[in-house]
Design a protein around this ligand. Structure first.
Ligand SMILES: [Fe+2]
Ligand SMILES: [Fe+2]
Length: 467
């Protein structure tokens, strides 16, 4: 992106090699830059500019976190962990947005949005472990604690009254980061590889004196090699669903094979309780959207921040929709270990470029789902199930926003990838390619469970009738 901001040019991550002293950063900056306040506007505004510089770094760190930590989502299998990562990423997007809004009120923050190469290099390193649990340990054992420390440094360095608007934000963010550490703790696995990798990232951060340069650089921490000098990141060919069995698709016409029988959904004679379970399976399988949407961030490093912000919201929405099904199904007697997870969408879309993935998602799957979901919602209302009605209403509301995001951002993504055809023409060609590719890929994915073991339409029917 074009930028006129001087903070866009490459600079060392380290911005201040003096130890954290507790005195306002701005006062120290002024002492180090004794420019006559009567003759220099830079000197006059040094106190603000110093804090704007830190905010700019924090903005870039949060921005890069959401671009890179998203790669953990489809590489890690536990649904609750995927949901939590989506939530943390959405909160990071919020931090970045508020930092940008407040930063732009301050002289020296700059009007551009790009991330300096030193910061990008750290996050590009963090995604490289082949083992996603090791990568997760690095993000939460090295980078997030350093970010929390950076926010605490900001609070101690700024003036509590003069910079009150920033202070209130940073206090909120510190609370969020502390909560993130508690929330992720149950999912962190201790292993020698995780400990080594976490130490590697800590050394990189320590060599720069912390993420804001708030510490003395550790001369002993410079003895590390960059894994990124040896290899680069690639998406896995399939997404990780942990202990759950997989299949090509949960939709179909054969009630002996799949749980969501398309013709039953629209048949007025179908018991609404059957439709309720089928729609919860559908919602849980929005995990597909979580996994393939998460791949788009790292593939679009030069996208505008607002695009990534809306994608982060989209991602979190899909994770909540999936959680609707994941949490409701057991209440209706469904053993989740018998529900196969579909992976054709991820496996197919990851082979297509990001703007095509996003086009299929917003203009294809989402725009195409409203009519059938409206029929389903009307049937569910027969049950006087307030919770089901609520979940479906919020799902619909979110999906309307997602289609709006698509209209807003698809042309921008197309431009980023040099796609010049009209949107409709591009989408129709993309859909034809997707259909062909998905058919071929799906045909090669067998059922993870035997016919006796897996949930299907007839078993849902039997369960409802026995209730
Ligand atoms: Fe959704
Ligand atoms: Fe959606």
């Amino acid at each position: 992106m074009a930028s006129t901001n001087t903070t866009e040019s490459p600079k060392p991550l380290m911005i201040d090699s003096s130890p954290l002293s507790g005195e306002p950063q701005a006062l120290r900056a002024r002492a180090q830059n004794p420019i006559s306040p009567t003759t220099s506007s830079a000197g006059r505004m040094a106190a603000v500019q110093e804090m704007a510089r830190l905010q700019r770094l924090l903005f870039e760190l949060e921005r890069e976190f959401l671009c890179s930590a998203t790669t953990l989502i489809y590489r890690l299998g536990a649904p609750e962990l995927k949901y939590l990562l989506c939530q943390h990423i959405w909160e990071s997007a919020g931090h970045a947005r508020f930092l940008r809004e407040r930063g732009r009120e301050m002289s020296g923050f700059g009007s551009g949005e790009s991330v300096r190469p030193q910061i990008r290099r750290l996050f590009n390193e963090a995604i490289l472990p082949e083992n996603a649990e090791v990568a997760l340990a690095g993000f939460y054992g090295a980078i997030k604690p350093a970010l929390l420390e950076a926010y605490r440094h900001y609070l101690s360095a700024t003036h509590h009254l003069a910079d009150w608007p920033s202070r209130k934000l940073v206090e909120e963010f510190i609370g969020d980061e502390e909560r993130h550490a508690l929330e992720i703790a149950p999912f962190l696995a201790a292993s020698p590889a995780a400990a080594d990798w976490t130490q590697h990232l800590r050394s990189i951060i320590a060599a720069g004196g912390g993420l804001l340069g708030e510490h003395v650089c550790d001369p002993l921490a410079t003895d590390f090699g960059w894994l990124s000098d040896q290899r680069s990141y690639r998406h896995p060919a399939t997404c990780n669903r942990g202990d759950y069995p997989i299949c090509a698709s949960v939709f179909g016409d054969n009630a002996d094979e799949v749980p969501i029988v398309s013709s039953w959904l629209l048949d007025p004679a179908t018991d609404a309780r059957i439709i309720r379970i089928m729609i919860y399976v559908w919602l849980m399988m929005e995990m597909d959207a979580v996994d393939y949407l998460a791949t788009v961030f790292i593939d679009t490093p030069d996208a505008p921040f607002d695009l990534h912000h809306d994608l982060a919201r989209h991602l979190w929405d899909e994770s909540r929709h999936s959680a609707f099904g994941y949490r409701q199904l057991p209440k209706f007697g469904i053993d989740l270990s018998t529900v196969e997870h579909s992976v054709t969408l991820y496996n197919t879309l990851v082979q297509m470029p990001p703007h095509e993935r996003y086009a299929m998602m917003t203009m294809g799957f989402e725009a195409g789902s409203f009519s059938i979901k409206a029929t389903v919602m009307d049937r569910i209302r027969e049950l006087n199930d307030f919770e089901a009605d609520t979940l479906l209403a919020f799902d619909r509301n979110d999906e309307q926003n997602h289609v709006r995001y698509g209209h807003r951002w698809l042309p921008e993504l197309m431009a980023l990838f040099g796609e010049t055809r009209p949107v409709d023409e591009f989408f129709n060609a993309t859909r034809a390619r997707f259909d062909e590719l998905a058919k071929r890929i799906g045909a090669d994915i067998p059922h993870g469970l035997s016919a006796e073991r897996r949930l299907n339409g007839n078993k849902i029917k039997a369960l409802v009738e026995a209730a």
